[in-house]
Design a protein around this ligand. Structure first.
Ligand code: ZN
Ligand code: ZN
Ligand code: ZN
Length: 143
């Protein structure tokens, strides 16, 4: 009896990216952010294939070493990488969510200061525009 009842409960489309604030499943803190790599400008392009199997679509970037590896729904190379290297945090190129393998949870990259640069850089690469700010007072006032 396979008790892998965790189906792919969410898979935001690109239009939904702007509505990430609706998530209730993301943690707003993570004690593993001190294991992040130093510079978010090392982030690879969002169409970088998995370095292990060449998967093109469902990839994550390791936020410690910036290797690109596929999701658990493909060959789980990112999960494998995290276990092998002890790199806890990965950012999805599909929906820009951040998963912490150590917390076993999504982390809200727009709330956690250490993660926000990686999120914003990737967002810019993916959509060609700056990530919408989530702060209430000053929404996109500049443009
Ligand atoms: Zn792979
Ligand atoms: Zn890594
Ligand atoms: Zn964590």
């Amino acid at each position: 009896m396979a008790e892998s009842g965790k189906s792919r409960s969410f898979a935001p489309s690109e239009e939904e990216i702007g509505q990430l604030s609706g998530w209730t499943t993301a943690n707003t803190s993570c004690p593993h952010v001190d294991q992040l790599g130093s510079l978010s400008d090392k982030l690879p392009m969002v169409d970088t294939p998995c370095i292990s199997c060449g998967e093109q679509l469902e990839n994550w970037v390791c936020l410690t070493c910036y290797d690109v590896l596929c999701s658990r729904y493909v060959n789980a190379h990112m999960a494998e990488h995290s276990t092998e290297k002890g790199h806890p945090l990965a950012l999805s190129f599909s929906d820009l969510s951040v998963w912490c393998f150590s917390c076993d949870a999504y982390i809200d990259a727009q709330v956690v200061n250490e993660l926000r640069p990686s999120f914003e850089v990737t967002y810019l690469k993916k959509f060609g525009v700056e990530a919408p700010k989530r702060s209430e007072g000053e929404s996109a006032a500049k443009e």
